[in-house]
Design a protein around this ligand. Structure first.
Ligand SMILES: [Cu+2]
Length: 505
C-alpha cells in the first residue's frame, strides 16, 4: 500500500476539506471601480455625506497572491495577510486587486463590510469605517479560500462594543456577499441560458489505443484547465470547470513503470486556481501539492507509475467538491506489463453528481449550489458531463459477437454508483479498477467516488443496452447511456412473444 495520499498538515487539510462557509447577508458597503483609482459614484456620494470631524483615513493597497504555498493578501511591502491598524473613528480605504488573476473578495463580517468580487485586471475599492475597538477578522469569502490562507486581522484602538462612530444613512450600500460587479444573483431568479454554451461532454469512444509490449518510457502530457459555459441539459447551461474543455477530461494511458511528465496549464481567462491529483501517483498529494496553477500559468510534475490499474484524477483546489462537481475529473489507465486482454470495443465513461441552484429540468443558466453540495443532494447525475450525453449526443455501438470493455469511473464528488447494464451480464469485472481483482459473471458493480472499474462483456444479442446507475431514481436525473448492438438475433438466447401478451407457466 502507498502512504496516505494527504499528509494531515493544516494547509493540506484545509485545501481538501474546505467546505463552503457562505455567510448570510452581512450588510456591506462600498462599491467597485473597474479601473484603478476611479471611485465609483456611490462611494463618492458616501464620502461627501461622511461627518467632517472623522478620524484619520488609512490608504492601503492589497493584492492577492501565493506565499509559502498559501493563497494570501499581500501589501505593498510584500507582507502576507498584513495586520490592518487604526483607531476608532478612523477609516480604512483599501484598493484591492487580484495578483494572480483568480477571483476573490475581502470581507470584514464584524465591521459589516464586504467588497465586491474581483478577478483578472479588475480593481476594487472598499471603505471600512472603524466603528468599534477590538481585534477583527478579514478574509476571502470565495468558498475554500479562507481555509487555504486568505485571512488576516484588523486591530482597532479604542472602546470596544458600542459603535463610537455613527455611519450616516446612505453611506453604506448593502451588497449581498458574493455578488460581483455584474450584480447580485437572486436566489430565486434564474438567468437565461448562456448563449455561448458549448457541448462539454467527452466522446466515450475517445479511448487511447492499447500500448502493446514495450519497455517503460517517458510519457509527456499537457492538459489545460478551462472554465466555460456548457450545456448541462436541454435548455439548461452551467459554468463548467474542465480539463481540456471536456467532462471527463482526457483519458490517459500509460504502462506500469513509465515515467510521466505532466504539465498543467490554467487558461488565462480562468477565475479560479486549478490543480490535478492523480490517484495513480505516489507522493505530493498525488500531484495536488505542486500543481496549484493560477490563471495564465503552468506547472509540471514528474511521476513514476508504480501500480497498474484504472485510476481517477481530479482537481484538488478548495473547495474541492465544487471543482469536481463542475467537471474536473478524468481517468488514467496504467496497463500491466502484459497489457489487458484484447477486446473489440473500448469505451470511456464517468459518472458525476451535480448541484445546481434549481431543480432538475429547470431551463436557464444554473449556478452551482454550495448548500446542496454540502448536504449531498444532487439535482442531477451525468454520464460524461451532461444529461443525455450518452443517450442523445454520442453513440456507443457494437456488433453481435463482439467483446466490449467499459472503463467506468466516478468523479462524484459524493455519490457511489451501482453500475449496471440493462439486459447484459458483465463476463469480467476488474473490481475497483484493479487489474488483478477479477470477478466473473457480475450483474451490478459498486464504484466509489474517486474510484473506477473495468467491465468486459461479449454482446450476444442485438438491441439497445442501457448503462445505468442502478440507484434508479438517478436515471431520471441523467445517469444513463445507451449501447446499440446490431446483428442477427439468436432466438435461443432471447425471444419476444408475438401477438397478444400472455404468460405461460
Ligand atoms: Cu479546479
Amino acid at each position: 500500500m502507498k502512504a496516505p495520499k494527504f499528509a494531515p498538515t493544516a494547509v493540506a487539510v484545509a485545501l481538501l476539506f474546505a467546505a463552503a462557509p457562505l455567510i448570510g447577508s452581512v450588510g456591506a458597503t462600498v462599491v467597485t471601480g473597474k479601473n484603478a483609482g476611479s471611485a465609483a459614484p456611490a462611494a463618492v456620494a458616501a464620502k461627501a455625506r461622511a461627518p467632517a470631524a472623522a478620524g484619520q483615513v488609512h490608504k492601503i493597497t492589497l493584492k492577492t497572491g501565493m506565499a509559502g504555498g498559501k493563497m494570501v493578501y499581500l501589501d505593498e511591502k510584500g507582507n502576507a495577510n498584513p495586520v490592518l491598524k487604526g483607531k476608532v473613528g478612523d477609516t480604512l480605504e483599501i484598493t484591492i486587486s487580484s495578483g494572480e488573476g483568480a477571483e476573490h473578495d475581502i470581507v470584514f463580517p464584524e465591521l459589516k463590510v464586504a467588497s465586491a468580487k474581483f478577478s483578472g485586471k479588475s480593481v476594487v475599492k472598499v471603505t471600512v469605517p472603524l466603528t468599534q475597538g477590538g481585534k477583527f477578522t478579514y478574509y476571502c469569502s470565495i468558498p475554500g479560500h479562507r481555509q487555504i490562507g486568505m485571512e488576516g486581522t484588523v486591530e482597532v484602538e479604542g472602546p470596544a462594543g458600542s459603535a463610537a462612530v455613527t455611519v450616516p444613512a446612505g453611506a453604506v450600500k448593502t451588497v449581498a456577499l458574493g455578488a460581483g460587479p455584474a450584480g447580485a444573483i437572486d436566489a430565486k431568479a434564474i438567468a437565461p441560458a448562456a448563449a455561448n454554451a458549448v457541448s462539454i461532454s467527452m466522446d466515450p469512444n475517445a479511448v487511447p489505443k492499447p500500448i502493446g509490449k514495450r519497455p517503460p518510457q517517458l510519457v509527456k502530457y499537457h492538459i489545460e484547465t478551462v472554465e466555460l459555459e456548457g450545456k448541462l441539459d436541454d435548455g439548461t447551461t452551467f459554468t463548467y470547470w474542465t480539463f481540456g474543455k471536456k467532462v471527463p477530461g482526457p483519458m490517459l494511458r500509460v504502462k506500469q513503470g513509465d515515467t510521466v511528465e505532466l504539465t498543467l496549464s490554467n487558461a488565462p481567462n480562468s477565475k479560479a486556481i486549478h490543480s490535478i491529483d492523480l490517484h495513480s501517483v505516489t507522493g505530493g498529494h498525488g500531484g495536488g501539492e505542486h500543481t496549484q496553477v493560477a490563471p495564465g500559468e503552468s506547472k509540471t510534475i514528474r511521476f513514476k507509475v508504480l501500480n497498474p490499474g484504472l485510476y481517477v484524477y481530479h482537481c484538488a483546489t478548495a473547495s474541492v467538491p465544487h471543482h469536481i462537481s463542475a467537471g474536473m475529473y478524468g481517468m488514467i489507465l496504467v496497463e500491466p506489463p502484459e497489457g489487458l486482454p484484447k477486446v473489440d470495443k473500448e469505451f470511456y465513461v464517468m459518472q458525476g453528481d451535480h448541484y445546481t441552484s434549481h431543480a432538475h429540468g429547470t431551463k436557464g443558466h444554473q449556478a452551482f449550489d454550495h448548500g446542496r453540495a454540502a448536504d449531498e443532494l444532487p439535482t442531477c447525475y451525468t454520464f460524461n458531463g451532461s444529461v443525455g450525453a450518452l443517450t442523445k449526443e454520442h453513440k456507443m455501438t457494437a456488433k453481435v459477437g463482439e467483446t466490449v470493455r467499459v472503463y467506468f469511473g466516478v468523479g462524484g464528488p459524493n455519490k457511489v454508483s451501482s453500475f449496471h447494464v440493462i439486459g447484459e451480464i458483465f463476463d469480467r469485472v476488474y473490481s475497483e479498477g484493479s487489474v488483478k481483482a477479477i470477478k466473473t459473471d457480475v450483474q451490478t458493480t459498486l464504484v466509489a467516488p474517486g474510484g473506477a472499474t473495468i467491465v468486459d462483456f461479449k454482446v450476444n444479442y442485438p438491441g439497445k443496452f442501457l448503462l445505468v446507475d442502478h440507484a434508479l431514481s438517478r436515471v431520471g436525473k441523467g445517469a444513463a447511456g445507451a449501447l446499440e448492438v446490431t446483428g442477427p438475433a439468436d432466438d435461443s438466447i432471447y425471444k419476444a412473444s408475438s401477438g397478444a401478451m400472455h404468460v405461460e407457466h
